[in-house]
Design a protein around this ligand. Structure first.
Ligand code: COA
Length: 261
């Protein structure tokens, strides 16, 4: 994988791609260039044979991502607004549809576009100091990178209305309580918790994991019949070598060795 990006720090270690938004002096705010770089990395991660899963985080101890870069908002107008939202939506949807597991290590402020980035990941683990929110209405706009949709699907209408309409930040414990994050851990334990989850998932059969992404995302796609997608995915898994290996290993009382075939 190319690791040469201006606004991202990229490292692949033990089959995990560590994708770190790296603009600490701007609390890792997502400017347009960072979004382009993110899109390039995520596209490559789909195919990269040395990558089995992605952990997304932000540089430093203060912020995951404090939002879209507000200094670029002067460029946003009625002519390009739709396109900007669609571009962000496309990128975050790419992350959500990634056939490899994607975990957000929410290490601090996850606001606006940063919160939307975390919401697009499959699993979120937050550090105790994390603060999440969608403060766009305080700026006269609304979440445009999928936040109105994903937050509502994750926490339900009532809480989503409250969070988006007030624009207030919520702390990590509150986020845990409403199901916005899966775990809250001390900041020093954040990466270890993400790695523990990731290492478990990447030992499972990769095609079964990729098909799980298809099926769970189908729940939220009105144009798809989720049960049909599930049956199709089941059939796809049923013809894999990994399915044979998984069941054989169980019967032989040994650990399976999956090959992603
Ligand atoms: N876009 C651009 N720059 C941002 C930013 C954003 N979303 N969030 C923080 N920054 C910059 C600040 O402008 C500041 O830059 P400077 O040192 O050049 O002035 C730097 O990051 C540090 O932020 P600062 O505000 O000084 O830190 P703080 O600890 O006082 O406050 C926050 C932290 C997160 C509460 C505050 O930065 C904030 O409210 N950010 C905007 C959050 C937001 O509305 N995001 C949604 C955008 S859609």
């Amino acid at each position: 994988m190319n690791t040469n990006y201006k606004n991202l720090a990229i490292e692949v270690k033990n089959s995990i791609l560590y994708l770190t938004i790296n603009r600490p002096d701007k609390l890792n705010a997502l400017n347009f260039e960072t979004l382009e770089e993110l899109s390039s990395v995520v596209n490559k991660a789909y195919e990269a044979l040395d990558v089995k899963g992605i952990i997304v985080t932000g540089t430093g101890e203060k912020a995951f991502v404090a939002g879209a870069d507000i200094s670029e908002f002067v460029q946003v107008n009625e002519y390009n607004g739709r396109k900007i939202a669609e571009t962000g939506q496309e990128l975050f949807s790419l992350l959500e549809k990634c056939p490899k597991p994607v975990i957000a290590a929410v290490n601090g402020f996850a606001l606006g576009g940063g919160c939307e980035l975390a919401l697009a990941c499959h699993i979120r683990v937050a550090s105790e100091n994390a603060k999440m929110g969608l403060p766009e209405v305080t700026l006269g706009i609304l979440p445009g990178y999928g936040g109105t949709q994903r937050l509502t699907l994750l926490v339900g209408k009532g809480k989503a209305f409250e969070i988006i309409m007030t624009g207030d930040m919520i702390d990590a414990d509150h986020a845990l309580q409403i199901g916005m994050v899966n775990y809250v851990v001390p900041q020093t334990a954040l990466m270890a918790k993400c790695e523990e989850l990731m290492n478990k998932i990447i030992q499972r059969a990769p095609i079964a994991i990729a098909q799980t992404v298809e099926c769970i995302n189908a729940v939220y796609n009105e144009t798809k019949d989720g049960y049909e997608v599930e049956a199709n995915s089941f059939a796809i898994c049923a013809k894999t070598e990994d399915f044979k290996e998984g069941t054989t290993a169980f019967l032989e009382k040994r650990k399976p060795v999956f090959k992603g075939r």
